[in-house]
Ligand binder design. Structure first.
Ligand code: DON
Length: 577
């Protein structure tokens, strides 16, 4: 495990104060930003995916963003300030995954109050959206929810960041936005992961002037890993948000530009949608696992599904089975399958009476365990899920505060459309609704009525940041990206730490499996040993081998000992100090 790279950063504050020194606040913000130097992926110094820290830790799917977060911690910011700075920065450096056009979920633990808070700033369906809006000639056309203007939900990102910052942060918006602004204005080095996504999507990026201008070279070819990508318009948008970003984004200049774009392209997001958007503070949900208390996001997140699965595996003497042993994996598969069947009851609680407390009762969990032990035949097969949008990040600070957040524009490059003048990439979060009952979405999750489209409703999500305490103190946090593989990935990494006592780096690195009830196939990472795979096949499981399943980060927390791991499957960085 490597020592944190943050220790090796050379501050250049003095120069910057002289150059820009108007007010202390502005200078500090710029100084923080200047510390985020673009990294080169061409040289041998690949970002560290595991790190240790004494005072705090930031784990992000972007190394630059993780460094931005740690600089905020070093300059006196708390975990919330650092998480929000990291979030804005990763929106610049992993723009195919998340950004100001998207939305997410944030789980916050504030040590002084000894209290958990859950912020839902997920996109909502525009008020003009209708359950049959994706039907064409009597048939559902799911592509309409995925690529293009009708896939776009009302963005919640900026409202969420603002709400968390005002309630728990100690800095102004421009201070936490400064690193992101610098990365966007001066350029950042494209990671191998981003380069792969640009190349994969190049034919679609070509069709959108704003995306083509930023992500393709003048000759129309894709930017490579190691190329510097500049996003000037995004930098200007972030700067223009000032210290009251909601006023501009939802009621002012940004709102006007967004609505004008929507009107010109046949989109549904209106001025009223933006003006009425509100993030929701929700009650976090909780369940015990062995001696631990596990906290998660309530619906429309799938946090409850992870808690149900963990509950069903409680007192299972998993350690005795061995990490990734065939008997352990068989139990996981059956529990995952039943958990995903229960997931069909999850949806936006403002529209559907999700019985979350009932789903988390010992009775329901006991039933899930029984169903897993005596499984019935699965639903019919379909294709398997594989995608790489979304981002998760984790922060733990010296005062004991912890933030775990997951944010997304849904599939890679969202709707594959941008508002060029704003540098804003539009989400395609509407695809997370059931476009019609039984029609699978981009992740082959079949939708039910509970998750049908309604104006103002939030679509069901797999994103599920987690924080775990023992005897009242946080001991770990995790979260991931990868559609439904977030649920299975977060479950496995949590168990790798709590049941098998692996350190964060090993817990994240262990090969993973994914089972989501339909299709009737267990997806297995190719790193899973061949003997294990064939043992599962001999048990009667149909396997599909894939290179990798999503990305999950983790931090383990002990006094003056933070161990963080980003997932090498997607790259990124763990930075401690
Ligand atoms: O909220 C959800 O469940 C999806 N929009 C997440 C998408 C995702 O993780 C994409 N993949 N990596």
């Amino acid at each position: 495990m490597a020592v944190s790279k943050a220790l090796m950063l050379i501050p250049r504050r003095t120069q910057l104060f002289a150059a820009y020194g108007r007010t202390l606040i502005v200078a500090l913000a710029i100084a923080i930003a200047m510390l985020v130097a673009p990294r080169s992926y061409a040289d041998s110094a690949a970002p560290e995916t595991s790190a240790v820290g004494v005072h705090g830790m930031v784990v992000s799917e972007s190394d630059d963003a993780a460094h931005a977060g740690v600089e905020i911690l070093k300059h006196g910011g708390n975990a919330v300030d650092a998480a929000l700075a990291t979030e804005l920065a990763v929106g610049v450096t992993n723009p195919a995954a998340c950004g100001i056009g998207g939305g997410g979920f944030m789980l916050i633990y504030m040590a002084k109050a000894h209290h958990f808070y859950a912020l839902d700033y997920r996109e909502t369906a525009p008020l003009m959206a209708r359950p049959d809006m994706y039907m064409r000639n009597g048939k559902p056309d799911e592509d309409l929810a995925r690529d293009g203007i009708l896939g776009v939900g009302v963005p919640g990102e900026i409202a969420g960041i603002d709400a968390a910052l005002r309630r728990f942060g100690t800095m102004k918006f421009q201070q936490i936005a400064a690193p992101a602004e610098k990365l966007a204005a001066d350029g950042y080095v494209a990671s191998p992961h981003l380069a792969k996504e640009i190349e994969m999507l190049a034919p679609k990026l070509k069709l959108d002037p704003g995306l083509a201008q930023v992500f393709l070279k003048p000759d129309g070819s894709a930017h490579n890993a190691g190329d510097t990508i500049v996003a000037k318009n995004l930098a200007a948008t972030l700067k223009g948000l000032g210290d009251n970003p909601v006023a501009s984004f939802y009621h002012g200049e940004v709102a006007a530009a967004l609505v004008e774009f929507m009107k010109a392209h046949g989109g549904l997001v209106s001025a009223a949608d933006l003006a009425n958007y509100r993030p929701d503070w929700r009650d976090p949900i909780h369940h015990r696992y062995e001696d631990y208390d596990v906290y998660a996001m309530p619906p429309p997140s799938s946090g409850g599904v992870v808690l149900e699965m963990l509950g069903a595996l409680d007192s299972g003497h998993l350690a005795g089975l061995g990490v990734n042993s065939p008997p352990y994996l068989a139990r996981l598969i059956e529990v995952m399958r039943q958990g995903f069947i229960d997931r069909e009851q999850y949806a936006d609680p403002a529209f559907v009476g999700v019985q979350i407390q009932k789903l988390l009762t010992d009775d329901n969990i006991q039933q899930l365990r029984e169903r897993a032990l005596h499984p019935k035949k699965s639903p019919p097969p379909a294709a398997a899920a594989h995608d790489h949008g979304t981002t998760n990040l984790l922060v733990a600070d010296k005062d004991g505060n912890v933030v775990a957040l997951t944010t997304t524009i849904n599939t890679v490059f969202g709707a594959k459309m941008s508002v060029p003048a704003l540098g804003l990439i539009l989400n395609d979060e509407m695809d997370d609704f059931a476009v019609a009952p039984g029609v699978p979405n981009a992740y082959h999750l079949e939708g039910e009525r509970a998750n049908e489209v309604r104006g103002g409703k939030r679509p069901l999500s797999s994103m599920t940041p987690i924080i775990v305490t023992k005897n009242g103190a946080p001991v770990m946090t995790t979260g991931g990206s990868g559609g439904p593989t977030i649920i299975s990935g977060v479950l496995q990494v949590t168990l790798n730490i709590l049941a098998f006592h692996l350190d964060a780096g090993s817990a994240v690195a262990e090969p993973r499996i994914h089972e989501q009830a339909a299709p009737d196939v267990v997806i297995v990472e190719q790193a899973m040993p061949a003997a294990t795979r064939s043992a599962l096949e001999q048990m009667g499981y149909k396997l599909r081998v894939v290179p990798e399943l999503g990305a999950v980060g983790a931090i383990t927390i002990a006094p003056a000992n933070f161990r963080g791991a980003a997932d090498a499957r997607k790259g990124g960085g763990a930075v401690g100090y």
